[in-house]
Design a protein around this ligand. Structure first.
Ligand SMILES: O=C1O[C@H](COP(=O)(O)O)[C@@H](O)[C@H](O)[C@H]1O
Length: 253
């Protein structure tokens, strides 16, 4: 499977889950501003999940010097549900942040919902999203994301890449449909590891003791097929934002 050269995992520890979200939000603002200073446009991938959405609420409260007219938003995965369904990551991200900032709506690149753009299956949506990414990429593949945010499940899933599935083993395509996600809802659309690994920076926001084993395995170099988060690394930086419970099985500092 595709697994480009690993950048070392940087471990950042915080007092609790809220501090994880707050610190990641502050770092996100800095990273977007830095990207805009260097390249004018910033390209970011948002994640669903509790900590990822809490982080967006912190960005909403403290936006720093972000130029929202030059922010391009993508999604790492999506629940393949009808438009507006509250379980869609996009809907949650809009509620937490995107509806409250002066971002150009044309720069919010969502994965097509059930019934949208003629999509009746997750695979239809994945194909549409792959075309969209290619159209916004300098080389017809995927944009070079400045930051790809990720949450992680207790078994190590990131985006909708679950252990021992075709999706996590995908080595060619950048977006795939999932019909049988073990975490509801079963129908999902997800960026693959080859897409994640195109990002300059990959950040994993993880809290809670239920995730400690997967954190230790991924940081320790497990196989991505067993722990998908082990395959999540950026070309420049890979950063783990952890609370004490999620970090408890890592070697002591
Ligand atoms: O279902 C999903 O779960 C993961 C992890 O969520 P969390 O609430 O345990 O942090 C999330 O990253 C992903 O985007 C989402 O679709």
């Amino acid at each position: 499977m595709s697994d480009t050269a690993r950048t070392p995992s940087e471990i950042r520890r915080f007092a609790d889950a809220d501090e994880v979200a707050r610190a990641a939000a502050s770092a996100f603002v800095d990273a977007v501003v830095a990207a805009q200073r260097e390249r004018v446009q910033a390209h970011v991938v948002l994640t669903g999940g509790g900590t990822g959405i809490a982080m967006l609420e912190h960005v909403r409260r403290d936006q720093g010097a972000i130029d929202w007219s030059a922010v391009n938003v993508y999604f790492g995965d999506e629940r393949f549900l009808p438009p507006g369904d509250p379980d869609r990551n996009e809907v949650q991200a809009r509620g937490a942040l995107l509806d409250h900032v002066p971002i150009d709506p044309a720069r919010i690149h969502t994965m097509p919902a059930l019934g949208e753009d003629g999509c009746s299956t997750p695979e239809d949506s994945a194909k549409r999203y792959a075309e969209l990414l290619a159209a916004h990429s300098p080389d017809g593949t995927v944009p070079v994301f400045d930051v790809h945010l990720l949450g992680m499940g207790g078994e190590g899933h990131i985006n909708s890449l679950f252990p021992h599935t075709d999706a996590v083993r995908e080595s060619e395509r950048f977006v795939v449909g999932v019909d049988d996600s073990p975490k509801p809802p079963p129908a999902r659309v997800t960026l693959t590891l080859p897409a994640v690994q195109r990002a300059r920076q990959v950040w994993l926001l993880v809290t809670g003791a239920a995730k400690a084993e997967a954190v230790a395995a991924a940081v320790g170099g497990a196989a991505p097929e067993d722990f998908p988060s082990a395959g999540a690394h950026g070309t420049e930086r890979t950063v783990w934002f952890l609370d004490p419970a999620a970090a408890e099985q890592l070697p002591a500092q």
